[in-house]
Design a protein around this ligand. Structure first.
Ligand code: ZN
Length: 227
């Protein structure tokens, strides 16, 4: 009887929440019919999946790069809303999709073990205050929970408030993030970094360099999107 009441209450709250905030497409804003979708059918068509999801980088401190979507279309628009529109709600909905699809890929490809620790690429405190949240952490935590892995967001700090990487060349990006990170404790051996977008890899490779220097043996990066 108690369980029935809870289900009734939850469904009732969900019904009123949907009435107040009807689900809309994260890219074009049209109303959606199902709360489990994040894009409308037309925007869904613009999504392109990485093939393959997992690649071994050249000249990087990273072991692997695992990404779900190619950059562009509705996904780029949704990520921009999260990052530059400071829309946490967009981040939470993208995190649901990321956690589901990335978990499946990591398990089916044997890219994580029970000893893997998940770490989001950190934001500098100044940018964190401005945005209100770290988009990499919004994506990383549900993934760690879904895979029952250790989640250590405080293990890596961003100690230099670097300028935005947008518009910089690969070499400039590497120079921009050099020595921008520091480990706050001894790092476990097997690390899965999480970031929203993989572009040149300058940021995640610099994170990996610091993690490897402080105890890690293997650092891969999982991202929602690969440019
Ligand atoms: Zn749409």
């Amino acid at each position: 009887m108690k369980n029935t009441s809870i289900v009734f209450l939850r469904d009732g709250l969900s019904f009123f929440f949907d009435l107040l905030y009807p689900p809309v497409c994260l890219s074009c804003g049209v109303q959606l019919h199902s709360t489990s979708d994040i894009f409308c059918p037309i925007c869904n068509e613009s999504l392109s999946r990485c093939n393959p999801y997992s690649i071994v980088p050249v000249a990087s401190h990273l072991t692997r790069i695992i990404s779900i979507f190619e950059h562009g279309g509705a996904m780029a628009h949704a990520i921009n809303r999260m990052k530059y529109g400071n829309e946490l709600f967009a981040g939470v909905r993208l995190a649901d999709l990321f956690s589901k699809e990335m978990s499946e890929e990591l398990i089916s490809s044997n890219l994580v073990s029970r000893s893997t620790t998940v770490i989001p690429v950190p934001l500098h405190i100044n940018r964190l205050r401005k945005r209100g949240f770290n988009q990499s952490a919004v994506l990383a935590k549900p993934l760690a929970v879904s895979l029952s892995l250790d989640y250590r967001p405080g293990l890596l700090d961003r100690i230099i408030d670097t300028k935005h990487q947008t518009g910089l060349t690969g070499t400039e990006r590497s120079r921009n993030v050099k020595n921008a990170f520091a480990a706050s404790a001894v790092v476990p051996e097997d690390i899965l970094l999480v970031d929203d977008v993989f572009t040149t890899g300058a940021t995640s490779s610099e994170c990996a360099r610091v993690l490897l220097k402080n105890g890690a043996k293997n650092v891969s990066v999982a991202t929602l999107d690969r440019a």
